[in-house]
Structures are given as structure tokens and as C-alpha cells.
Design a protein around this ligand. Structure first.
Ligand code: SF4
Length: 588
């Protein structure tokens, strides 16, 4: 029987609780958002004692379901002031689940603000250990120290100096199978919330854990078989398919061609040096260097898509994992930087100091527009992260607090953000549906909240004109199904195959239903997702958000974007239709 582990940092106490019946079928995002909605006061300060960090594996995490190792981190975001769920791969999800823990809830706040703690969780329970020896250390060193002290193979969840200093761009890091720091629940500044609790790192050791109880083994096994067949049978997710061969950065050339690859702080939809930083270029360089670099890498055991990679330096030695699409774009094209080795250095620096690569790319591009440094100045950008943020200098604190803070500091008005969060790597003026998702998502600008790029650009799950503006229903359905997938523990990249192969979608749902012993079918996906979205939306409304916040930045409605020279022209009533509860179908 799974339990909730509460860690109260005000009095350094622990409590294991039975899971209330109302949370029985929730896990990962469904659970973090339900607990945040039920327990976190919407108007609390995100870095104060009333906020929480809720850490939850998915429904099928810890089983032998393929590609199912996502961990959700939820609470109120200091970056957006909205509810937040951000998730990562790596080792943590399966290990938390195998210890019979449905969620770890970090709450309260210690009196001693400068003291750091390490939370250790294993089959015997939890303990808090002093962690001042880890103060100001980057995540690469933290991972090495903790594997030496607590045994190779343990999962590590941690924050870098940015999180310790409560910077709003700070993410939460999870180690991978090689103990590399680099799997980030990056979005929304949840690393700062963990820092505000005084917790530098969490060690999860699942040795001797009870494992995950599966209520209906037959249904579960039949479900994962269907999903596995779909995953291995789809061009995007199969072995030697697009993701396995090129990683997510396969999208660079595609988005460039589509004119939707944001460049130099969203001033163009094409980057003239895309061919130097594309997925194809990455694979060619890794192959040519013939060293410790590799493609087709899994970020956790049991992933069969294996979209990750390990990048090698020119001398063949390992540098960083992973050069994924968003990070390469944010710190590359968006900053006018065209050198993959420099971009790898920037990603390494972000991973070490503990900041979100997307927010950092957005922020540095705005700083470049504000003349702090020129576009393309990779060494200057590295210095900002590696020295200024790491040492929490006054400039580092401005940059480390993200795009909006930096825009204010440098007088920049072209800020590509929604609800305070930087936009990812898809230009909403060239792909209208993703703009609708950015505008209306409960999380601020976030492509993973409702990835309409699939039908608008990739022809996955149907085909839609990217310039058409009637995308409210499309975005709502994608947001709802994503909320469901974010609850399962499956990687969102499974969506590519299940959108096209109906038996794969059935398998995904049946495997979850098998674990829970529940009668779900594919017809339940959208209603369940809407139930999650409704709670998130109501939390945001109680925190003061209105429809007026569901808008893209002013400049995008006025400034035509080359090469198509289009503006974002989705009218307000079509944006408002996404969260018009009266237009919603019946929820579960
Ligand atoms: S598909 Fe990629 S991101 Fe997803 S679990 Fe596998 S390696 Fe990690």
C-alpha cells in the first residue's frame, strides 16, 4: 500500500500517511496538482513556509512498463506565481515508487535560513542529515560526492547554487544512469522552492523496497505489450527512428524550414546557421570524434525510445548530457550562437549551477537585446552563468531570476514570456496553435502543456494548417491529454506513437488501469485530463489570474515575423474559449 511521506522542515519531522481515497487514481502531475490545490494557499509567497514541493512518480513508474520513469515536481511557482508541475527523467521516479511512496511532500521552513539538509529515504524510512558540506557546490560535484557516500546507483534529486540562492530560474536536477547531473525539472523555478526549504539534495535508495503493487497483472501486461509494439512500430519512436537517431534536436531543421525557429530573441523564424547546430550536425560530430560521445542513450532504465545523447569534447572526452532541442535552441539560435561545443559548455554550466536552459536562453537573449553583451557572444554568456549566477553577484541575481527581471533591469520591452515564463522553441506567430497553448496553459508559456506542433508541423495525429487561428479545441484537447500522460509516468514522447496508433493509446490506458485496478478506457483520457486542468485553473484564479493573463506579449501581435511576415492574430475570444468551462465536455 503506497503512502505519502511528509517532511516538515519547520520542526524537521517526518510522517508517513495512508493515501486518502480521493487520491487513489492520481499520481505524478494529477497528484501534485491535486495536493497543491488542496493544501497550498493560492496567495502564499512561493518561497515562504506555506508553499510545498510535492515530488511524485507516475502511475506505472517502478514497474516494467517501457519509458515510464518521469518524476513530477509540483507546488506554486516563484517564476509565474501560478500552480506548477515540471517533470524530469533520470533515476528518481522508479526508485520512489519501488519504496511504496506515492509522493514526498516537503513543507514548512527551517528557522536557520543558511543551514542545508540532505534528505535520505530508503526502505527503513527517512532521515535528515546536515549538508553544509554541499553548500554552493555545483550539481556534478554533488552527484559524485553522494554516490561515494551513499552507494553507486542511488537516485539523487538536488539543486545547484541558483536554487540555494532562491533564484526564479532555478530547476531541480535528477541524476541519470551514469550519475550525470542533467535531467532537469527545469521550469518555473521549483529549485528555488526546494532551496527555500533548506534542502540541498534527496537521496533515494530503493534496495529492499516493496515494489509496486499491480492490481490486475493480466490487464497491465496486455497494456504494456500494446504500447511497446506501438512505440517500436512508429517512425518517430522506433529504434533508429527519428528520436533515437537524432534526439529531439531533429526538430531544429524542421522548425527552421517551417519558419518557426525563434532566432535572436524572437526576431526571426529562421537562423542562418541552423545547419551547424541541428540534430544532423550533432550526430555527425559525435560520430567523427569517435570518443565518449553517443546517441541513442536512455535517461533511465527501461526507456525504449532512447532519445538522449552524451556529447564529447573535440578530444573525445565526455562533456555533457543531453544536447536536446530546447536547450540547443535556447542557448544557440535564440542567442545567435552557432557553435555546438560552446552550446555544450553553456548547457553544462546551466546543469551545474542549476538553472533551466529554456529560461536561461530566453534571459540571455533579452540581456543581449539590452546591450549587456552582443548576440553570438558565447564566452560572455558562459561567464554570466558560470561566474555571475554561481557566485550570486548582483548581476547574477538579475540574470538568475529570469527573463522578466532581466528585461526590467535592462529596459527591454520585447519579452517573449507568458505569465512570467519564457517561451520555448516554437514561434507562435508561425504556428498559431502552440501560441494558443502558451497563452492559456495553467503553467505559463510551455510547449509540453499541449504540443499542437504534432499535427501543425509534424503531421502526427492528423494534419492542421499552422497558420489557421481556430485552435481552441485543439489546444484544449492536447492540454487535457497531456495532463493525463503527465500523470501516468510515461514519457511525453510516447505521445508521438499513441497519437497515430490506436492500440498504443489503448495499451497506455490499460496498463495504468491494470496497476490501479480501475476500469479506464481511452474515452476517459480527456475527461481525466480536464479534471486536472480545472483544479489548476481554479488555483490560478484564486491566486488572482484572469483571462487578461491568457495573452501573448504585445510585440507579437504587432511585429511581423520573418520569413512569413505574420503576427499572432488569434482573437481574444478564441483564446478565452480554451478555459471556458461551459464549453467543456463532461469531466470524469
Ligand atoms: S524518450 Fe528520451 S526523455 Fe523520454 S525517457 Fe527516453 S531518453 Fe528520457
Amino acid at each position: 500500500m503506497s503512502q505519502l511521506l511528509r517532511v516538515n522542515m519547520s520542526d524537521l519531522s517526518f510522517k508517513y500517511e495512508d493515501v486518502p481515497e480521493k487520491y487513489h487514481h492520481w499520481a505524478a502531475r494529477g497528484l501534485t496538482s491535486s495536493l497543491t490545490y488542496d493544501e497550498v494557499p493560492p496567495n502564499c509567497h512561493p518561497l515562504g513556509p506555506d508553499n510545498k514541493v510535492i515530488i511524485a512518480p507516475g502511475i506505472v513508474s517502478g514497474t516494467n512498463a517501457p519509458t515510464s520513469g518521469r518524476t513530477s515536481f509540483g507546488g506554486k511557482s516563484p517564476l509565474t506565481s501560478t500552480i506548477k508541475e515540471t517533470n524530469a527523467g533520470g533515476l528518481s521516479s522508479q526508485k520512489i515508487a519501488r519504496l511504496g511512496i506515492k509522493a514526498i511532500i516537503l513543507e514548512g521552513q527551517p528557522d536557520e535560513k543558511d543551514k542545508l539538509w540532505l534528505l535520505k529515504v530508503n526502505k527503513d524510512g527517512a532521515e535528515l542529515l546536515p549538508a553544509d558540506n554541499l553548500k554552493s557546490k555545483g550539481m556534478y560535484e554533488v552527484c559524485n560526492i553522494l554516490w561515494k557516500e551513499h552507494g553507486e546507483g542511488v537516485a539523487i534529486i538536488g539543486i545547484g547554487p541558483a536554487g540555494e540562492n532562491r533564484m526564479c530560474a532555478a530547476g531541480i536536477c535528477v541524476n541519470d544512469q551514469e550519475n550525470t547531473a542533467g535531467r532537469y525539472a527545469g521550469r518555473g523555478g521549483m529549485g528555488a522552492v526546494m532551496g527555500s526549504k533548506g534542502i540541498k539534495a534527496i537521496v533515494i535508495d530503493d534496495k529492499g523496497g516493496a515494489g509496486v503493487q499491480i492490481a490486475d497483472e493480466k490487464k497491465f501486461e496486455a497494456g504494456i505489450k500494446k504500447l511497446e509494439e506501438a512505440s517500436l512500430g512508429h517512425d518517430v519512436t522506433k529504434r533508429e527512428g527519428a528520436l533515437n537517431t537524432y534526439g529531439t534536436n531533429v526538430l531544429a531543421s524542421i522548425m527552421h524550414e517551417a519558419g518557426g525557429y525563434p532566432t535572436r530573441n524572437f526576431s526571426s523564424g529562421r537562423f542562418e546557421h541552423t545547419h551547424q547546430i541541428s540534430g544532423e550536425a550533432k550526430v555527425e560530430m559525435i560520430t567523427k570524434r569517435n570518443g565518449e560521445g553517443t546517441t541513442g542513450h536512455a535517461c533511465h532504465p527501461g526507456c525504449i525510445i532512447q532519445c538522449s545523447d552524451r556529447w564529447a569534447n573535440p578530444d573525445g572526452s565526455f562533456k555533457v548530457s543531453v544536447l536536446e532541442y530546447e536547450s540547443v535552441w535556447a542557448l544557440g539560435a535564440n542567442c545567435g550562437i552557432d557553435d555546438l561545443d560552446k552550446i555544450a559548455d553553456l548547457i553544462w554550466a546551466c546543469n551545474d549551477v542549476g538553472v533551466d536552459t529554456i529560461e536561461m536562453g530566453g534571459t540571455i537573449a533579452v540581456a543581449m537585446e539590452g546591450n549587456l553583451l552582443e548576440f553570438g557572444n558565447a564566452d560572455g554568456a558562459i561567464k554570466l552563468i558560470h561566474e555571475e549566477i554561481r557566485n550570486a553577484t548582483p548581476l547574477g541575481r538579475i540574470i538568475g531570476n529570469g527573463t522578466v527581471t532581466t528585461g526590467r533591469a535592462f529596459g527591454v520591452t520585447r519579452l517573449p514570456v507568458v505569465k512570467g515564463q519564457s517561451m520555448p522553441a516554437y514561434e507562435p506567430r508561425a504556428v498559431k496553435g502552440i501560441g494558443v497553448t502558451y497563452a492559456t496553459s495553467t503553467m505559463g508559456a510551455d510547449h509540453t502543456a499541449g504540443y499542437t506542433i504534432a499535427p501543425e508541423i509534424l503531421g502526427v495525429g492528423g494534419e492542421m494548417d499552422p497558420f489557421a487561428i481556430e485552435k481552441a479545441e485543439l489546444s484544449r484537447n492536447f492540454q487535457a491529454s497531456t495532463a493525463f500522460i503527465d500523470t501516468t509516468g510515461y514519457c511525453l514522447f510516447d505521445a508521438f506513437c499513441v497519437l497515430d496508433i490506436p492500440s498504443g493509446l489503448e495499451g497506455m490506458v490499460e496498463s495504468c488501469a491494470g496497476v490501479l485496478g480501475i476500469d479506464w478506457t481511452v474515452d476517459d483520457i480527456v475527461p481525466l485530463g480536464l479534471e486536472i486542468l480545472r483544479k489548476e485553473r481554479l488555483f490560478n484564479e484564486a491566486a488572482g489570474f484572469t483571462r487578461a493573463h491568457d495573452r501573448l506579449p504585445d510585440f507579437m501581435t504587432k511585429e511581423p515575423l520573418p520569413p512569413h511576415n505574420t503576427v499572432f492574430d488569434v482573437p481574444d475570444d478564441l483564446l478565452d474559449a480554451v478555459y471556458d468551462f461551459e464549453q467543456w465536455p463532461t469531466e470524469k
